[in-house]
Ligand binder design. Structure first.
Ligand SMILES: CC(C)(COP(=O)(O)OP(=O)(O)OC[C@H]1O[C@@H](n2cnc3c(N)ncnc32)[C@H](O)[C@@H]1OP(=O)(O)O)[C@@H](O)C(=O)NCCC(=O)NCCS
Length: 169
């Protein structure tokens, strides 16, 4: 089903960090959710490209992005991305985002957001191509892999239901 021998989760983990700036704020003075989403998409993209061994991969969907607490100017925000699961041409990338506060209120990095994205490997004609199977290595990788399968099935069911509904129109 997948190309090659498979790629271990540890081979494609990616980390991307950014110190939040005044230009990253929304009208309320907090960091704009879209800034966090961009960082998440970029970290997931780097992870997907690594998993595809340098091949091209594009974002096809982002779901379940939860922003649990506000982020502020000066916070060092880091996105950690890893491949949770693979289909034939698609990969689910999970991203965990933390913020290290520089206002003295919290010392350890705080979990501020989580997201799941689907990337698809594409060929030179922009058409989907098979990606390596992911190889979970730790108990946490295996838990994420099992949960990715559940989300994948749910996405497929959702897509099929929408398509079926359109056929009826
Ligand atoms: C990625 C793209 C080529 C896929 O084309 P497509 O015609 O949907 O391809 P398919 O129906 O064959 O699906 C390909 C894979 O994507 C998955 N997929 C497609 N739409 C999906 C959706 N809405 N949610 C989750 N997965 C989806 C399919 O399940 C399939 O996975 P699998 O091979 O592992 O089973 C096309 O959707 C595209 O070009 N999208 C724009 C991507 C982009 O520009 N992103 C922003 C810049 S990076």
């Amino acid at each position: 089903m997948n190309s090659g021998q498979g790629t271990p989760v540890s081979a494609s983990r990616a980390r991307l960090a950014h110190v939040m700036q005044i230009t990253d704020t929304n009208i309320h003075g907090n960091i704009h959710g879209g800034v966090i989403m961009k960082l998440v998409d970029e970290a997931a993209g780097a992870c997907a490209q690594r998993h595809c061994r340098g091949g091209r991969a594009v974002t096809v969907a982002m779901d379940e992005m939860v922003l649990s607490v506000p982020v502020h100017v000066g916070d060092l925000v880091t996105a950690y991305a890893s491949v949770n699961g693979t289909g034939k041409t698609s990969m689910e990338i999970g991203v965990r985002v933390t913020a290290e506060r520089f206002d003295g209120s919290v010392t350890a990095p705080e979990h501020v957001a989580s997201a799941y994205l689907v990337f698809v490997g594409i060929d030179e004609n922009q058409r989907p191509m098979a990606v390596p199977a992911v190889i979970p290595e730790t108990d946490e990788d295996r838990r994420r892999n099992t949960e990715a399968d559940i989300r994948r099935q749910s996405r497929l069911d959702h897509r099929a239901a929408i398509e079926a509904s359109r056929q009826l129109r």
